[in-house]
Design a protein around this ligand. Structure first.
Ligand SMILES: Cc1cc2nc3c(=O)[nH]c(=O)nc-3n(C[C@H](O)[C@H](O)[C@H](O)COP(=O)(O)O)c2cc1C
Length: 233
């Protein structure tokens, strides 16, 4: 009887040992363990968690723009440029940063007729007017909005300076053109941008009437919001 009890005790002990060994199996880090149920090797891995936060964080945004004050077509003398108003609205709505392309040597007249003459001359000469200041480090942005007034049916020449000086840095980014105008719409800004910066992905642009920027700012904000929503912001 005593021997029988001893054998039973030994059997139970070995069973307990076996059970504890099985429980330990697979929890080691030797790489041979079974994957977690549902193939969830990465399920709780914080490195693969989607980033929290809004679209601006997921798609860091820069808004680059050129704009003039002084005498403008339809609206007369203005102290806040039409394109500047749209650019600021985009930056506010996306949480993006702003960079204004200011001419290094501001040779642009403040009167409309004289300004159109200078702009036409620059276009005919295929000029590349220099801009002042340092472009922010473009590597930190995923999306770059680029806006300007339509000048003689095209981007003002200073934009081509920007495109050419930053072609490589803009490659691989989402590029979003916008214009202000008094009748010409987007004026092919999207196609011209795509050929100037072939490495970028050009998204659908927005064209805004210059006079609306001065007189109907709520409507402009609404159009910008709708457009951003369509773009997925
Ligand atoms: C030099 C010059 C050329 C222009 N050419 C055009 C044009 O071809 N088509 C158009 O619709 N508007 C044209 N405009 C009007 C401007 O695009 C419009 O007033 C714009 O909103 C001005 O924006 P800003 O205040 O940001 O400079 C021209 C204006 C200037 C000064």
């Amino acid at each position: 009887m005593k021997r029988k009890l001893k054998r039973l005790f030994c059997l139970m002990l070995s069973l307990a040992l076996l059970l504890s060994l099985t429980a330990c199996g697979g929890s080691g880090d030797g790489g041979e363990g079974q994957p977690a149920p549902g193939g969830g090797e990465t399920q709780d891995d914080p490195r693969t968690e989607p980033a929290d936060g809004g679209d601006a964080e997921e798609h860091p945004v820069l808004v680059v723009y050129f704009s003039r004050t002084g005498e403008q077509y339809v609206v007369g003398v203005i102290d806040h440029g039409n394109t500047a108003i749209v650019a600021e609205t985009i930056a506010e709505e996306t949480g993006g940063d702003l960079f204004e392309l200011l001419p290094a040597d501001d040779h642009y007249p403040m009167t409309y007729k004289e300004l159109t003459d200078v702009a036409k001359r620059e276009q005919n000469d295929r000029a590349r007017p220099a801009y002042a200041g340092e472009v922010p480090d473009l590597s930190q942005y995923d999306t770059v909005f680029i806006g300007a007034p339509v000048w003689w049916g095209d981007w003002p020449m200073i934009l081509y300076t920007f495109f050419e000086e930053n072609t490589d840095a803009l490659a691989g980014k989402r590029l979003v053109p916008f214009s202000t105008h008094e009748g010409s719409g987007l004026s092919g800004f999207d196609k011209k941008l795509a050929s100037a910066v072939p490495g970028g992905t050009v998204l659908e642009g927005l064209a805004v009437r210059g006079s609306d920027c001065q007189n109907r700012q709520d409507d402009v904000r609404e159009s910008v919001r709708d457009w951003l929503e369509e773009l997925g912001f």
